[in-house]
Ligand binder design. Structure first.
Ligand code: GDD
Ligand code: MN
Length: 381
């Protein structure tokens, strides 16, 4: 009966004493107020993992209730080591918790699963065996291949959300996710050597997606599974988690400067809507079109600023104060406008371009300059 209970992160000595043999599995379970599920989960794991597959369980807990105590208590009856890492600062939510577990894991294989018994522990040996057989770095437990099902996904609404999220994600990452039918799954096995913990930026629930896109395990295989009903309690997912997921997607998709520039351009294009609406309202109210144009442009700038702050450069806001960012952003946006006319004059006068070509070229030039300026001067990397 081994059971280690270092109370906080960063107690490597206590943890190292429990290292299982190579070829073993570390089961990482994120928990947030799951006290009613712990004992059942540990029972199911005990019944599922054969003696020849040494195992340890690492709970990464952000609970505000007595879940850690309940885990310590239930761990007394377990034939394998159980560790609880209780985080004081729950950075990154579920995904952040899983990454802490990945870092603490010491076995060759790591299985990540939920703490509410929706992921059947009986599949743990099969996930690891499949990975070994296929020489894979990642084994996804999928609801969307033959033999799998989303039985425990209650209600048409959640099924619709899950389906569209899967479709959107696969559309955004067609090549990376080619062999993954269920990138939204929270149940998978990963080889410890395939985890690149330093470069992960987890944000909420979709930790498998984060790993698939940023760590890019070389070989991926899938095993079907039936998503069970929750044993006790309710899902911890909220509408806020949905927005977090969208931000996560944008963050993953804009890792390269070219992709960032594309999103910057898309956001800029949507700025025409408030700009034109403002122009219409102001001129309808009797304002001359020149000052109306200048004012309406500020409306477009404000709109772009909001979207860029919250979607594109959210993680890079911390380098400057809000006022500093607003000032610099507005300056760049208006400089763009003022630079355009002399630039067109230069292209036509010096290089003999037609007005149309010159305008197009000036637009592209000021756009690239504005993007580069925003990256370098407003949101430092
Ligand atoms: N440490 C920690 N921190 N754990 C968390 C947090 C958090 O902020 N939020 C949730 N958890 C834990 C829960 O306690 C549970 O053990 C597990 O993460 C899954 O949370 P649920 O709230 O039960 O998720 P779900 O059932 O709605 O969604 C599951 O299925 C989806 C597929 O439909 C998850 O596995 C999702 O990742 C998956 O996409
Ligand atoms: Mn659940």
């Amino acid at each position: 009966h081994e059971s280690t209970v270092p109370d906080e992160l960063g107690d490597p000595v206590a943890h190292a004493a429990e290292l299982p043999e190579p070829g073993a599995v570390t089961i990482v379970v994120p928990t947030f107020n799951e006290s009613a599920n712990i004992s059942e989960l540990l029972h199911q794991i005990t019944a599922s993992v054969p003696a020849r597959l040494p195992c340890e369980v690492v709970f990464v807990d952000d609970s505000t209730d007595d879940t850690p105590d309940v885990i310590h208590e239930a761990a007394q009856d377990c034939p394998f080591p159980v560790t609880v890492l209780h985080r004081k600062e729950p950075a990154g939510g579920l995904g952040g918790a899983v990454v802490e577990g990945l870092k603490a894991a010491t076995s060759d294989w790591i299985v990540v699963m939920d703490g509410d018994c929706q992921h059947p522990p009986s599949l743990v040996p099969e996930l690891v065996a499949s990975g070994e057989r296929a020489n894979a770095g990642l084994v996804v437990a999928s609801r969307y291949i033959k033999g799998g099902s989303r039985a425990g996904l209650a209600g048409g609404y959640r099924i619709a959300v899950s389906r569209s999220a899967t479709w959107l994600t696969k559309t955004l990452f067609p090549r990376t996710l080619r062999g993954i039918s269920d990138p939204m799954s929270g149940f998978f096995a990963i080889r410890r050597s395939a985890v690149t913990a330093e470069i992960l930026q987890p944000l909420g629930y979709k930790i498998l997606l984060e790993l698939a896109v940023r760590s890019r395990p070389r070989q991926v295989t899938e095993v079907p599974f039936v998503f069970q009903d929750r044993f006790a309690g309710e899902s911890k997912s909220t509408a806020r988690e949905g927005f977090r997921f969208l931000r996560h997607l944008v963050g993953l998709r804009t890792a390269s400067p070219v992709a960032r520039m594309a999103v910057f351009g898309l956001i800029g294009a949507t700025g025409f809507v408030p700009n034109l609406l403002g122009l219409y309202a102001l001129t309808a109210a009797g304002m001359h079109y020149v000052p109306a144009e200048i004012l309406a442009n500020q409306l477009g700038v404000a709109w772009n600023f909001l979207l860029i702050e919250h979607l594109l450069f959210r993680e890079r806001r911390k380098h400057r104060s809000w006022w500093d960012r607003v000032g610099r952003f507005a300056l760049l946006a208006n400089a763009d406008l003022m630079l355009r006319i002399p630039l067109i004059a230069l292209f036509v006068g010096r290089f003999g371009m037609s007005a149309l070509t010159a305008t197009a070229l000036a637009l592209v030039t000021t756009f690239v300059l504005r993007f580069a300026g925003t990256e370098a001067l407003v949101y430092l990397p």
